[in-house]
Design a protein around this ligand. Structure first.
Ligand code: FES
Length: 757
């Protein structure tokens, strides 16, 4: 909190200080306008001590305050404001810490106008309610600068352990409540950064990253452990969490699966989901463009579709990236769901609104880039299930708008990874079903937040996390007291992150490296066809690499990487002893291995390495396996010996004719088929898109069922951004969770080519 020369004097706690409820409500000072639309700096600057004191004095000090019950975390608002009135800002922070160690986060992002401020008695008449959210933030800012308040005490260890899956708001508050009661708590996060939606979804101009980090440090100081790059349902199963020694599991995996509208043109270049747009910018620092390894490109005109906080955040980013930006919403201003303060900021920053309109079709130019949008006017009708007036299309009102970038901010569903890997978990339209206390259909598994609600708010997710922590404590305490569940000493088997160390390296060609990497959990769980997402350095983009091998005994996996772009060049240049900054997996679905009789495996370039485990698996399933591979020249042939050990027959083509067959691998396929007319049960193709497209066209002619392992651009690799979407059989699929292997005869290769470009 910025200080002023005229700080209000500290007063005796017993002195009666006159309250001034009729004084005007203080508003947070804002960053100067010029910087607001050009930088990621925080826009709301926070109260000075003087302003905070003046606002605190507006509190009526009600005998029966309604604001406390209205706060989903039941923070003692009356008491913390009373301390501010007495200029005891550290005491105010300490009072908030009794219920929440995250006042800096909640004070910035909670929609207080829907909760505590809505029930503030001052606001029930003609006056505006006390700015409770801003005061909470002021106490947090004071604590950050002075550190004079103490966090609540932690009970001695009770010998019980709880795993919290996902590091978003629901898990964070559950961790706080459980660790205070003596539980050993481990938070498992799939991404490389902690905070869930706070980190990937909310921009730093609304919630600076150091606030998230510092308030997560409160949990660390209380003993909570964190593990990033760990995806439950992939890196381990739910059952394995219990086998590793956890007594209960809380699912706070959020709503990461972005919605699309299902209108023509949605997969054109320049159409983003809000998740992809915000993740690229917030998490992967695309705002540092042109230096960012994960850029996001906006054109001259951006239209953001939606009316929630994500729409406001995306629009404000687009504006900061230099685009003339409009938010298009199918209802009216009164129906916007975003925080009031953000709506105000959006307008102040020059973003326009187009209410009562909806896109129905998107048009692209000859390069597949979005260039125009057809929209329809709406009018408000009867209330729908959300309680808001429903948007009703006006026939014949179609109009077109030129646009270069579109961001779809129309909501999300729960990320399906844990649910798909845990069929015992009862769900309803993707949302995990719970009872009143947060318990799921599985013993000792609880859930809360967006994985239960679908997309909701940070503070409601925290309320759920708190309720589930209470239920977990009650259930485990009862078991402990009846002797059913004795406490244990020592660490659970899951906790410490693996080293991600390179233990061996081979140069297969000057550009292609074979790396053996220490990754015991991935080595234990991988299957042919799956991939990992890695970052060689903490500044790098996240890139997918197909798993080539994995040895559970040695606890290592094998990756083969071709130095093509910046990140793959850094990865290919790593040497034994070096460590990857991040490694997440195994991701995606395994290849569909079955006994088809005779299987044709086709690969080009570095795809040859990715084909190896698939060929091995088909052979192990009893198939006769023929492998056809293409390389530029004999000098570029890789893993020939391994392939020959894995298949019944291996043939190479080389572009320059230096090998046995002069031509590309599709020409080799045709030539091979000329002498092998016997029935083929299946084909599997991996490699550059033009090669997969041509190979698939050929096997379609032959009537051979064919799978292609697709390689679209990925950001998170967990189904969260929608950047990897491909059209298969007319349906949009996410390659990272629905693939990467798809029916090659159904893939829209034209679109894949455009999007990969
Ligand atoms: Fe983000 Fe697949 S959904 S990479």
């Amino acid at each position: 909190m910025p200080e002023t020369a005229e700080q209000p004097p500290a007063t005796s706690k017993t002195a009666r200080i006159k309250r001034t409820p009729k004084a005007p409500r203080q508003e947070l000072p804002l960053l100067e306008h010029e910087k607001r639309t050009t930088t990621p700096e925080e826009v709301s600057l926070g109260f000075t001590l003087e302003l905070a004191h003046a606002e605190a004095l507006r509190c009526l000090d009600c005998k029966d305050p309604k604001c406390i019950d209205a706060c989903p975390l039941h923070i003692d608002i009356k008491a913390f404001i009373a301390r501010m009135v007495e200029s005891d800002y550290a005491g105010a922070a300490e009072k908030i810490f009794e219920e929440s160690p995250f006042p800096g986060i909640c004070g910035r992002v909670c929609q207080s106008e829907l909760y505590c401020e809505k029930d503030c008695l001052l606001g029930k008449g003609k006056l505006l309610p006390v700015a409770i959210g801003s005061l909470e933030r002021s106490a947090a800012d004071y604590y950050r600068q002075r550190g004079e308040a103490g966090l609540p005490p932690v009970a001695p260890p009770n010998g019980m352990r709880v795993a919290l899956v996902g590091s978003g708001p629901a898990s964070l508050i559950a961790a706080f409540d459980l660790v205070r009661k003596g539980y050993k708590v481990t938070i498992l996060e799939a991404l490389h950064e902690l905070g869930g939606v706070l980190a990937y979804g909310i921009p730093p101009f609304r919630l600076p990253r150091d606030i998230i980090r510092e308030e997560l440090d409160h949990l660390r100081a209380m003993g909570v452990e964190f593990r990033t790059d760990f995806i439950v349902g992939k890196t381990c199963t739910m059952q394995e969490l219990f086998e590793a020694g956890f007594d209960a599991v809380f699912l706070g995996t959020g709503a990461g699966l972005p919605h699309l509208m299902g209108i023509p043109g949605e997969n054109l270049i320049g159409v983003y989901t809000a998740n992809e747009f915000l993740t690229r910018i917030n998490l992967m620092r695309a705002y540092q463009f042109p230096d960012s390894d994960t850029p996001v490109k906006v054109g001259a005109h951006t239209v953001v579709i939606g009316g929630g906080n994500s729409a406001m955040d995306a629009a404000r980013w687009a504006k900061r990236l230099g685009s003339d930006t409009t938010i298009m919403f199918r209802r009216g201003r009164a129906e916007l769901r975003a925080r009031l303060a953000e709506v105000g900021h959006v307008e102040e920053e020059g973003v326009k609104f187009e209410f009562l309109a909806v896109p129905v079709r998107i048009f692209g130019d000859e390069n597949g880039r979005v260039c125009e949008m057809e929209c329809l006017r709406m009018q408000l009708g009867e209330p729908d299930e959300s309680g808001r007036p429903s948007p009703v299309p006006m026939p014949g009102s179609e109009y077109r708008v030129p646009v270069d970038t579109i961001v779809m901010a129309i909501g999300q569903s729960p990320n399906p990874t844990v649910q798909r890997a845990t069929p015992q978990l009862v769900t309803n339209r993707g949302k995990v079903t719970i009872d009143g206390g947060g318990k799921t259909s599985m013993e000792r598994v609880y859930a809360g937040g967006d994985v239960v609600r679908g997309g909701s708010t940070v503070i409601l997710a925290m309320r759920d996390g708190r309720a589930a922590a209470e239920a977990i404590d009650q259930a485990l305490t009862a078991e402990r007291e009846t002797g059913l569940r004795p406490g244990r000493d020592g660490q659970p088997a899951i906790g410490a992150a693996p080293s991600n160390r390179i233990v061996a390296k081979r140069r297969l060609t000057p550009e292609i490296s074979w790396l053996e990497v220490e990754a015991p959990e991935i080595a234990r769980h991988w299957k042919p066809g799956q991939f990992v997402i890695l970052r060689p350095t903490a500044e790098s983009e996240r890139i997918p690499l197909t798993l080539v091998d994995g040895d559970p005994e040695r606890g290592t996996i094998v990756l083969v990487v071709q130095a093509l772009g910046k990140t793959s060049r850094i990865t290919a240049s790593l040497e034994p002893g070096d460590k990857l900054a991040d490694l997440l997996g195994p991701l995606g679905l395994p290849a569909a291995i079955h006994n088809a009789g005779h299987v044709l495996c086709v690969a080009g370039g570095v795809g040859t390495a990715e084909l190896l485990p698939v060929a091995q698996a088909f052979r192990a399933a009893g198939n006769h396996v023929t492998v056809l591979c293409g390389a530029r020249s004999t000098a570029h042939i890789i893993l020939d010996e391994e392939l020959r050990a894995a298949a019944d027959e291996v043939l190479w083509s080389t572009d320059d004719g230096s090998g046995a067959f002069h031509g590309n691998v599709v020409e080799l396929m045709r030539a091979w088929r000329g002498t092998h007319p016997e029935p083929l049960g299946a084909a599997h193709v991996i490699g550059p898109i033009p090669m997969m497209r041509a190979a698939a066209a050929l096997t379609k002619e032959w009537g051979v069922p064919t799978f292609a392992s697709l390689n679209p651009i990925m950001v998170d690799g967990t189904g969260m951004c929608g950047g990897c979407r491909v059209t298969v059989g007319g349906k949009v699929r996410f390659a990272c969770v629905d693939g990467p292997e798809f029916d090659a005869h159904q893939v829209d290769f034209d679109e894949l080519t455009r999007r990969t470009r």
